[in-house]
Design a binder for this molecule. Sequence first.
Ligand code: CP
Ligand code: NVA
Length: 290
Amino acid sequence: MRDLLKIADLTAEDLAEILILSERGDLARPLEGRGVALVFQKPSARTRNSMEMAVVQLGGHPIYIQKDEVGLGTRETAEDVARTLACYHSIIAARVTDHRDLDLMAAATETPVLNMLSDTDHPLQALADLLTVKQLVGRIDGVRIAYVGDANNVCRSLAEASALAGAELVVASPQGYGLETVMDALPDGVRQVADPAEAVRGADIVYTDVWVSMGQDAETEARMSAFSGYRVDAALMAACPEAWFLHCLPARRGEEVAAQVIDGPRSAVWRQAENRMHTARGALAWMLSR
Ligand code: CP
Ligand code: NVA
């Protein structure tokens, strides 16, 4: 049994296997009669629903646990929450404010722990992102992805996944919000630049995420000002006429992306959202097969 706390926990072979499992419609029901705990310290639409349905498709029973129910780190320590949930469930999945809580949970139990988003990583999102790239472009190796905006949890997992799968990723962020703030060294094939126009040149995919992530509300004013030149708008998309647009969602139209881009013909965000369910199923099946 394997934890999946960040994309860097995977080898290139693991990642390829998860993507293959994600597209298979004939998976057995390895979760028959078994439970998966879904602990959320933050809100979610896609992750909760895609995970619940993936668990059901694998024959299992998902239990959605809201922020105040188990009180991760408040009512009870993260370790004791994990030990408790391990009594009933085959996998413990958690969306946490502080990634260290996932490490504590994983260390406290043999039951595999799955990261459903932390302050530093969003591996389930990156799996869906790469599956979407593969479906849109026909391959991942050598594909050029431009990420414009905040080098956050989503960007970091995308960077690690791109490197593993051989995609080229160019990230454009303002000073102080680049990948160097979250990674000691940039993986192979990943570049950080300041200019969005430079990032999207020759891109097959243009990707962005919100300027203010969950829990960063106190920084809203500073972030709005720092990111004002980093909107993915029609002019930026015109500089890469072949590129698809992706966004992990939720989106803020008029902030990081113009409505005519996210709602336009080159946007594949709904296919990407659907792929969250297929890759959640692939990731769960992979974890159970270890
Ligand atoms: N992309 C994503 O993780 O969406 P939710 O926050 O709605 O789960
Ligand atoms: N970066 C965003 C992603 C939401 C899916 C956040 O952490 O809020």
